[in-house]
Design a protein around this ligand. Structure first.
Ligand code: KG4
Ligand code: ZN
Length: 341
């Protein structure tokens, strides 16, 4: 089955064509970074308008790059949530209209299931069950994946997501938006151990996270520094080390507790090289497999949506004629695909 995937949940317009036999045929991602940069973060209204502007040309370009005609598509998958309501509606409305005109099914899929399965775009041998650490701008959670659509959340952030903490710290350090990659780049220049920040919630049992206190620690540390320009890189390093250490401690705990043989780390923050190296080291030490998506599939993209759509549509799943987007949508509400009559 040949499925078009559309991602419009936040500030990336992602489009891809996934084919059950040949894999990914083509993909394009358009980042809205330039449109939001002046505001220091994502402006929902601008995001929706930019998706409207970019979606049609990007679909035309991607389908042409896949070497197919529109009428050779057999299904369309779009991100139905979680995300910004207006941005989601652009993808949903477009997907539904195009599918209707082509007489093919459209299916709304879960953005975080896209992240969860993104490594499978390249690693066909990735088997369930596995433990996943999902780390994005809106989510930080441990998920036990038993089968497609069978997920248990073992722990999650009680406040800020890890990506959100990166973005807020970037603002405090005047690095602008998008924060994660900029903090990472600056941290690489910083000296370790110059500032000491806490490893939140590691001194008590459980698999939940909290990053808002860490962010406040960075703020109070900044308030006590005279020459902030000279200290920025060391501070970025201290923050990055604190986040990475926290994930290593919690992943060790989760792997030992669950006994699961492999760990998947996905979502935007999984693009972070220091995190990748540290968790790969943990995997080697514990004798567990640690899997990351390719860098271009770590952050938001259409390929992961096309892939999930393919898994579910080819499993017979169909949506009804109406559609809704789900700005908030717990991953645990998903179920395995069920063929409808
Ligand atoms: O998955 P994603 O692209 O969008 C959401 O679903 O939220 O994740 C975006 C988040 C942002 O908070 C961004 O700052 C963070 O991922 N991020 C990073 C890196 N690249 C993106 N955080 C740390 N290091 C990075 N290299
Ligand atoms: Zn995402």
């Amino acid at each position: 089955m040949r499925v078009l995937g559309l991602e419009t949940s936040c500030d990336e317009t992602g489009v891809a064509v996934y084919d059950g036999t040949h894999g990914l045929l083509a993909e394009r991602v358009y980042s809205q970074v330039a449109a939001h940069a002046a505001y220091g973060g994502v402006v929902p209204e601008i995001a929706s308008r930019d998706h409207v502007r970019k979606l049609v040309p990007l679909v035309e370009e991607t389908v042409a790059a896949a070497g197919i005609r529109l009428d050779e598509l057999e299904g369309i998958a779009y991100t139905a949530g979680p995300g910004l309501a207006g941005a989601l509606l652009v993808g949903a409305g477009f997907a539904r209209a195009l599918a209707w005109s082509l007489g093919i099914p459209a299916l709304g899929v879960h953005h975080m299931e896209g992240h969860l399965l993104a490594p499978m775009l390249e690693t066909t041998t990735l088997e369930m069950p596995f433990l996943a650490l999902l780390v994005s701008g809106g989510h930080t959670q441990f998920v036990q994946a038993e089968a497609l659509g069978r997920y248990t959340v073992l722990g999650e952030s009680l406040d800020d997501a890890a990506g959100e903490a990166f973005d807020k710290v970037a603002k405090m350090l005047d690095l602008g938006y998008p924060g994660g990659p900029r903090v990472e780049a600056l941290a690489r220049e910083g000296r370790p151990g110059r500032y000491r920040l806490p490893r939140p919630m590691t001194d008590r049992p459980g698999l939940d996270f909290s990053f808002s206190g860490l962010k406040t620690h960075v703020m109070t540390t900044i308030a006590g520094i005279d020459d902030i320009a000279a200290a920025r890189a060391d501070l970025a390093r201290a923050f990055s080390d604190a986040v990475v250490d926290t994930f290593v401690i919690k992943c060790r705990r989760a792997l030992v507790q669950t006994g699961l043989p492999r760990l998947v780390v996905a979502g935007g923050v999984s693009a972070n090289q220091a995190l990748r190296e540290a968790l790969s080291g943990l995997g080697a030490e514990l004798g567990r497999e640690v899997v990351f998506p390719a860098l271009r599939y770590a952050t938001d993209n259409g390929a992961m949506i096309a892939y999930v759509g393919h898994c579910r549509l080819s499993g017979g799943e169909r949506d009804g004629a109406g559609f809704q987007v789900r700005p908030r949508w717990p991953l645990t509400e998903l179920a395995p695909p069920v063929a409808s009559a």
